[in-house]
Ligand binder design. Sequence first.
Ligand code: PRT
Ligand code: ZN
Length: 286
Amino acid sequence: MEPVLRLGIQKEGRLSERSLEFIEACGIDYSRNKTRLKSTASNFPLEILYLRDDDIPKVVADGVADIGIVGENVVVEKQETVDIIERMGFSRCRLSIAVPANAPYLGPDSLNGKKIATSYPNLLREYLVGHGVLAEIHEISGSVEIAPSIGLADAICDIVSSGSTLMGNGLREAEVIFRSEAVLVGHRHLSPAKQEILNRLLFRIKAVSKAENHKYIVMNIPNEAIEEVTRLIPGMKSPTVTPLAEPGWSSLHSVLKEDTFWDVIEQLQAKGAQGILVIPIEKMIL
Ligand code: PRT
Ligand code: ZN
């Protein structure tokens, strides 16, 4: 039988759609079957297992799946032996301690003697021990943010992204204890055949994440600005410059990193760039 790589992803929840989109962007076709327990790709040796996110680290550690996509918060909390192979760049969030908005808070010491509700006892314990705080950890599996208002705890430790859930429950973020994003995890000992499939998949994953973090940019610039603009946006090797019909002007094509985007656009305008077009890139292979 041909070797097949088994990928565990979240069946339903915040990671599901983005995980599947990522696989599709890697050019992998599979049928999204109704029961959604397992899919087999038609054009790549990959099987997709649909799981609860909490189970993914153990399933990969045990070798039932070879790799998985899961929040780093869950990986670290579960303490299973898996390797983090790649950071996926989506589902960014933080694990934070929050206290009632009107309660005094003067730093970690203020948590001494308090009861903190969380679904992340291991990460929280590590933080408390590291800061010499003696507090009671009250483990609950959901609706953590209502714990203080119903008298179940004095504070909470939960995932925050926009912060609106905390605000809506009269809480304020006191400490960020962990920053997370979706990660690709792998079993420690893959067979050489599976490792080879993983390498092929990783090549594609890297091309897709690179593309998502870059934009293709086209603009018209006065010829005297070519040198300075090239320094600003060197692109993959150097920008493509072609003369326009109008004398003294050129069209310049390059790629630009998403995180420096607005700064660079402002500088380009200051150098006289006009008609700037910014286009998403589908794949990027260096
Ligand atoms: O059913 P299953 O067990 O598979 O899913 P789940 O309910 O345990 O997980 P799910 O789908 O809620 O989250 C999966 C992963 O998404 C988490 O492990 C994180 O890595 C990541 N993630 C990103 C988040 C959030 N953002 C997030 N905002 N996980 C949870 N939240 C919740 C948080 O618990 C809180 O209730 O959203 C609320 C806070 O959001 P804001 O925007 O109001 O701050
Ligand atoms: Zn879960």
